[in-house]
Design a protein around this ligand. Sequence first.
Ligand code: NAD
Ligand code: DAU
Length: 356
Amino acid sequence: MVILVTGGAGFIGANFILDWLRVNDEPVLNLDKLTYAGNLENLTSLTGDARHVFVQGDIGDRVLLDKLLAEHRPRAIVNFAAESHVDRSIHGPEDFIQTNVVGTFHLLEAVRGHWTNLPDDEKAAFRFLHVSTDEVYGSLEVGDAPFTESTPFSPNSPYSASKASSDHLVRAYHHTYGLPMLTTNCSNNYGPHQFPEKLIPLMILNATRGKPLPIYGDGMNVRDWLYVTDHCSAIRTVLQNGRLGETYNIGGWNEMPNIEIVKTVCALLDEMRPDAAGPYTRLLTYVTDRPGHDRRYAMDASKIHQELGWKPAETFETGIRKTVRWYLDNMQWVENVASGEYRKWLDTNYAERGAQ
Ligand code: NAD
Ligand code: DAU
């Protein structure tokens, strides 16, 4: 038995594989294109471990997919592979359409061809779990009820529109062809190995370098934060016991405005790595907002709790403390990813924003 994980060299995919192999021995075939966000250094602890097989490749490569499915006959696929950063989707949406929409389509076609020809017992046991986001539901105002699985899709960025498209394709392949699909929509993750283009690792990295901490707009946009290993345990739960064709919201019941997140990071840095120049909040800098910036996300995760018994193990206090500690203890990892391409991105995204 083996499972196929796509995008397993990225932030959540790598955490998922590390966790998966910590809690059971079923091997993982990891298909990842190794874009700027994919990093095999996330998986160095698995070097020499025969349970992890890595293949560099694109989910849109039908020939490769057909070959991998025929050779390895995975009993399940967990699809993490995606372009994932909203700001990048604003600067250049094409890669998002190619991977998140066209790539997912090719993956689904390959899976359809494979699954259709499986013997009945393997067909019945097979699962395809598509990993998606709360951003497909659009934006909430303060006081609105959190998103449920029946909230209509209303994506606002090229990223969320591309993810919504892939969710619809997954739904259609279940409805039309009977493929055994599961979809999860999760809120903002944080934790080890997150690429420092995202809010929390960017703030840690900039603070330790004495650079400005760029807060978009008024800093009052709200996200629901979940520690990454809790997302991983939710995915394992849905993979094992989720009802076919269903979607499950995953969230941390932990809404916070961005400015509070960044101040919490600053306070932990003050404690763990005090700076003689003064408290890290001195670096807070309000900058031009993200175009079309969604105001608030909030997830109602009661379905996965009531049906499948899942709830997060970490609180924000425990999770953010582990996260800051991990980045401070792994500055070499950070230095290695903060290379040429990364610096180019910082110039693209931040040079023109300026302080407000
Ligand atoms: P990430 O950007 O860190 O990693 C994405 C991975 O996918 C990288 O390893 C990259 O190399 C790989 N990849 C990209 N295009 C590919 C392609 N065409 N073929 C094969 N591999 C490809 O992303 P992440 O934050 O780990 O997110 C993983 C998934 O979870 C995404 O689908 C994202 O939409 C979803 N998600 C993320 C969050 C979050 O807060 N980060 C929350 C909810 C859902
Ligand atoms: O909600 C789930 C989504 O969370 C995932 O689907 C995406 O893949 C993931 O990237 C994340 O999207 P966000 O846009 O919410 O994450 P990001 O870390 O980019 O930004 C979080 C908030 O912080 C958002 O309101 C924008 C703000 N922000 C971000 C950056 C990078 C800043 O204020 N300053 C910054 O420099």
